[in-house]
Design a protein around this ligand. Sequence first.
Ligand code: GDP
Ligand code: IMO
Ligand code: MG
Length: 420
Amino acid sequence: MATAVLGMQWGDEGKGKITHLLAKQADMVVRFNGGPNAGHTMIDRGVKFGTHQIPAGAFYSDTCCVLASGMVVDMWVLREEYEAISHHLGREPQLLVSESAHLILPYHRILEELEGSGARIGTTRRGIGTAYRDKAARVGIRAGDLLHPQRLCDKLSHRLDLLKRMWPASSEIASLSVESLSETLLAASQPFLESITDASAAIRLALKEGKVIFEGAQGALLDLDFGTYPYVTSSSTTLAGLGNAIGIPFPQVEQRIGVVKAYTTRVGEGPFPTELADEEGGKQLREQGGEFGVTTGRPRRCGWLDLVALRHAAALNDPTRLDITKLDVLSGMAEIKVCRAYRLRGSKITDFPHGRGEELALCEPIYETFPGWDEEIGNVRKLEELPQAARDYLEVVTQEVGVPIGLVSVGPAPEETIVT
Ligand code: GDP
Ligand code: IMO
Ligand code: MG
């Protein structure tokens, strides 16, 4: 039995909370895309964690966590997270790292700065795009290389030679040496060397014998191919990309959970039709929702729920249920808007123009307005105890996507959840 937890917007939908809730029953939790650009928040036994690479299964002793080959892994960040979680748990999490996962090395972050994509795209500046580019250009270093120090040094030497020729004026690049890089990399990776393996084989076995959760990172609208290119991340973030990222064709994922925040947020640059840019509503959502990035601390851009974009995300993720998060944040809004269509050059359109980012930037949302509710709902545990206006709002979402609601989250803690 397999479950995928997938972001349906521009990331930060609350995937961490949902995965952490479900992981208790899982034998394996797999991260399959991205790297430390992700920031997944969960509250474990009262302690808040923002994880970047380690899947939510780490908090349960019987659950194996896998960093699959579709990821780009920063060993220094991994070490820090691993130590923090081990300290919290009083034991080390079970971890497997795919031998074919690519590594983020210090020069990937340096390159991102030199090339200016941090500012242009508004990236997390974690070296994600430059590491995936090295993978595609076949000059990447993979986790499996850590098991063969001489091979690692040969590959690093080739990569550093190229870099120094490309960036002769960069003192940061000039200061890199194979000796110190390999030494610090192997030191940071030391606790994980025995965990580097053929992760696909392990996942395949777990899929046969137990319960597996695939913990998505980012969201459908940040997908490299079907998101709002070029304002996207550099990996496949959807169910469509899962098979390739784990090396298993057509993985049977019976439960596909589309995680939807009750409104929309986006971090970084790029079009966002329902954004409440300088308006009071945007400020209210940011403050009530605590909308500041887990990875970078940046204020998130906030706006109304975009059902046009959500239908596009549903096509990419084929969800069997929608888990709605942060419904509590809408309490106290005088009215709530949703967008079911855009106006583009005077015409109404209902399809998301994902392949034409320039057009998305020109789209104006056509809103429908619903009454809000004043009641605090953080203590509600049954759907029928929600205010009628909140139930009506959930009904609009589920009707539009044609998929039932699974959980409704009304606060960051695991118990602040309505199970339908
Ligand atoms: P992820 O990247 O999808 O895991 O989401 P993030 O962790 O980046 O952002 C979600 C934020 O909302 C975190 O601070 C969570 O603790 C918080 N959160 C999750 N669910 C709820 C909820 O239902 N209500 C409120 N108020 N906060 C929530
Ligand atoms: P989680 O898993 C929100 C965004 C960045 C930027 C774009 C490209 O927590 O939902 P990158 O560093 O990946 O090259 O940046 O993607 N981005 C995210 N936004 N949540 C995330 O992850 C994100 N990961 C990347 O802000 O706009
Ligand atoms: Mg996040």
